[in-house]
Design a protein around this ligand. Structure first.
Ligand SMILES: NC(=O)c1ccc[n+]([C@@H]2O[C@H](COP(=O)([O-])OP(=O)(O)OC[C@H]3O[C@@H](n4cnc5c(N)ncnc54)[C@H](OP(=O)(O)O)[C@@H]3O)[C@@H](O)[C@H]2O)c1
Length: 343
């Protein structure tokens, strides 16, 4: 039987894609579309939308986001695309009763909340036992920041094969990452902006939780060096990242490339609906326009791999920021919750 879903923040950049992807997903049915007071009460189809939707979705009335949606709608899981300052309270309130799979940063670093990439750290779902111990009947899982996902998908196989000492990354991030009303065209066209508020801090701390080890109901953070410099560029979708990595153990370019090529995880083993066949696609020159839709937007593309010194490599990684970096990531997290019977 299909799970009944709510989408919170359904009128925004990420929320609209949630509604689109969930309306095409065999495991979930959309029961409730919610946003702010500003649009609550309006017909979804009368808002400024960037996708085509079936009529039954367009005709839904937007609810106001609050825990009260549970009184009006029968919901198994809420997908959240709320701004972080709004998400904190309402996501925790909903998680007392139902599952919440969120994109928002509000709970990412909480000690009892899994920050999850299903191919990377499915064992961190063990943190849900802590949530149940504090009385929640539901649960809360988060996906990382959009640029962190593209990076960590490639760091995981490298860490397993060779160990990681230090990572430096410079990002070139798409405008869709800033939200529907995010960056003005006058600011970004014919320009590059080498600053994105709070992004570098997220990129520097989230990989250490994601790649940390889980035991005794806690995650011990990974200890490699991690430095990020984040830049906004005039690309619509697709974050590209230049990575400089120092490994613990030496490798040849062939061994390095093979570690990325052969990377697989539980979503591939269990054939989850949103899982790409190959989590990492290799291309000589990864580019957003050419490669962001590989694996239906769920594959990360890596390339330009060069060994520059013993144990030291440079490479490029790129992925679709609102699919693998946001909505697809959150839906894959929910599919894993269901597969492992947390839902
Ligand atoms: N864009 C990306 O690539 C990306 C990637 C990963 C994570 N994220 C995260 O996902 C979240 C959403 O990002 P976005 O880019 O989709 O933002 P956005 O386009 O600005 O959309 C924000 C959504 O939240 C709703 N909202 C705003 N204030 C609210 C309030 N007080 N109460 C209830 N709903 C409220 C808006 O509803 P109204 O239309 O009614 O105002 C809208 O639906 C953020 O936390 C962001 O950091 C974004």
């Amino acid at each position: 039987m299909k799970m009944k879903a709510a989408v919170l923040g359904a009128t925004g950049m990420v929320g609209q894609r949630f509604v689109k992807m969930l309306s095409e997903n065999d495991w979930f049915d959309i029961e409730c579309i919610a946003a702010s007071k500003r649009t609550a009460g309006t017909r979804y189809g009368d808002n400024d939308l960037g996708f085509e939707y079936p009529d039954d979705i367009l005709d839904m009335t937007i609810a106001e986001t609050s825990k009260n949606i549970l009184k009006e709608y029968d919901i198994d899981i809420a997908f959240s695309a709320l701004p972080a300052d709004v998400a904190g309270q309402v996501e925790a309130e909903l998680a007392e009763k139902i599952a919440v799979s969120t994109n928002s940063a509000a709970h990412r670093m909480d000690a009892d909340v899994p920050l999850l990439i299903p191919e990377v750290n499915p064992e961190h779902l063990g943190l849900i036992d802590l949530q149940r111990k504090k009385g929640w009947n539901g649960c809360l899982v988060t996906n990382p920041n959009c640029s962190t996902i593209m990076l960590v998908m490639t760091l995981k196989p490298l860490m397993d094969a060779f160990g990681i000492k230090d990572v430096k990354v410079a990002t070139m991030q798409a405008v869709s990452g800033a939200g529907f009303t995010g960056v003005s065209s006058m600011a970004i066209l014919d320009n590059v902006i080498p600053y994105i508020g709070k992004e570098e801090q997220k990129m520097e701390r989230e990989p250490k939780k994601l790649l940390g080890s889980f035991s005794n109901d806690a995650v011990s953070f990974a200890t490699f060096g991690m430095t990020a410099l984040c830049t906004r560029v005039p690309v619509i979708d697709g974050h590209t990242e230049s990575v400089f990595i120092e490994l613990e153990r030496d490798a040849t370019e062939e061994e390095f490339t093979e570690a990325l090529r052969s990377f697989r995880g539980i979503p591939q083993d269990r054939n989850l609906p949103s899982a790409p066949k190959r989590p990492i696609e290799l291309r000589d020159i990864p580019q957003p326009r050419m490669h962001r839709d590989l694996g239906n937007g769920m594959s990360v593309t890596a390339g330009r791999i060069v060994k520059v010194a013993p144990r030291t490599f440079k490479y490029v990684t790129m992925g679709h920021n609102t699919i693998r970096g946001a909505v697809g990531a959150s839906i894959l997290n929910a599919e894993l919750l269901k597969e492992l019977e947390y839902l």
